[in-house]
Design a protein around this ligand. Structure first.
Ligand SMILES: Nc1ncnc2c1ncn2[C@@H]1O[C@H](COP(=O)(O)OP(=O)(O)O)[C@@H](O)[C@H]1O
Ligand SMILES: [Mg+2]
Length: 346
């Protein structure tokens, strides 16, 4: 593809991360959905994305870290515009101006009318030649290569930072949905609480998240699990710097309550599926996407709980952006999704 041709761009505006996918190039950017602003004047932006996240917990008194995409929907339209603008400029550069591209941006399930208007305004402000919104679970399915054309139900579960979305898709449309206000961040919070209560150590969100991705698991591996890790934090009583040792088993215990709730919610969604579709899902299984799906052992545990196959790709956190990008690059597919209302042209 030459510099002058217009490529499709897919943008996943997630509660935890913004991911940008370019036709023929793949995922070119993935950065946290944060904006660092001055307290007294939130319009004065100091940093966005990774740079802003870097300052989380290190924020000077007069600055505030804002998350324009809370719970998967756009909370602050101006901040969201700013975030997407800054990150898309970074990803796409001036070389391939957005004016020549088709952009498809994911929209969280359960987005209210007001939130959708905010998202539309943020997307319009990008100034793409053509722009559309796509339901995130549909984008996840397309990105994961799930067959959605057939008159057979498939279940997609997208586990993000603060939301989990379940959808049953058939013939390019959504036939059943369920959204939960929980995801990977709930596990981080559970780790923070556990370490404080059981170990008397105060740790930050990033430390908890690292602990989860490094040694967290949805399976109790017992004594034969990996090695303990040393954690630095603050002593909860004295406030002085302290170090404690944490085992994988303790992390497992910490995340178990929110994890079980998440699994139960997915089970309920499956059990509430109409019988014909449930039969299809039993046969074809569930497709997991989103960063939260990467928790070690999660897909096995879900598979054991529901007694059906669970599929997950190599990079489930990229599925939504990849699917949005694929739709931006494929007019036939876009036309079909427009008919079922899964794609909304702006
Ligand atoms: N290897 C991993 N193990 C467990 N959780 C993970 C892993 N990688 C990413 N996550 C979690 O995935 C979540 C982010 O997923 P993502 O799909 O980017 O969110 P969103 O779509 O809401 O922006 C975070 O809570 C993060 O901690
Ligand atoms: Mg996601």
């Amino acid at each position: 593809m030459g510099v002058f041709s217009s490529g499709g761009v897919g943008i996943d505006l997630g509660s935890a991360n913004v991911t940008i996918f370019l036709e023929n190039e793949g995922v070119v950017l993935r950065e946290p959905s944060y904006v660092l602003s001055l307290c007294e004047n939130p319009e004065h932006v100091l940093a966005v994305g990774r740079d802003a996240r870097q300052m989380l917990g290190r924020t000077p008194r007069q600055a505030v870290l804002l998350s324009p995409v809370m719970d998967g929907a756009v909370g602050d339209q101006e901040l969201a515009s700013l975030l997407v603008r800054a990150l898309s400029d970074k990803a796409i550069g001036r070389k391939r101006a957005l004016e020549r591209t088709r952009v498809v941006v994911s929209m969280a399930q359960g987005t209210t009318k007001v939130e959708r208007q905010a998202l539309e305004a943020a997307v319009r402000a990008l100034g793409a030649r053509k722009a559309a919104l796509i339901r995130s679970t549909v984008a996840a399915a397309v990105g994961a290569g799930v067959p959605i054309a057939e008159p057979k139900g498939v279940m997609v579960v997208n586990i993000g930072g603060s939301t989990t979305e379940v959808a049953v898709l058939s013939i390019h449309g959504v036939v059943a949905t369920r959204s939960m206000r929980t995801g990977g961040m709930a596990l981080d919070e559970a780790i923070i609480r556990y370490i404080r209560n059981e170990k008397g150590l105060v740790i930050g969100q990033r430390t908890a998240e690292d602990l989860k991705t490094d040694i967290g698991s949805a399976k109790d591996m017992g004594a034969e699990s990996a090695q303990d890790v040393l954690l630095r934090g603050r002593d909860a009583r004295t406030g002085k710097p302290a170090t404690v040792s944490v085992s994988p088993r303790e992390v497992y215990r910490a995340i178990l309550p929110p994890l079980q709730m998440l699994l139960e919610n997915i089970r309920e969604a499956f059990e509430n599926t109409p019988p014909e579709l449930a039969a299809d899902i039993l046969e074809r299984g569930i497709y997991l996407s989103g960063g939260g799906a990467r928790l070690e052992g999660l897909s096995d545990r879900l598979s054991g709980l529901l007694k059906l196959p669970v599929h997950m790709g190599e990079a489930p956190e990229d599925d939504v952006a990849a699917g949005a990008g694929a739709v931006a690059s494929d007019e036939k597919l876009a036309a079909k999704l427009l008919q079922t209302g899964c794609l909304i042209e702006l």
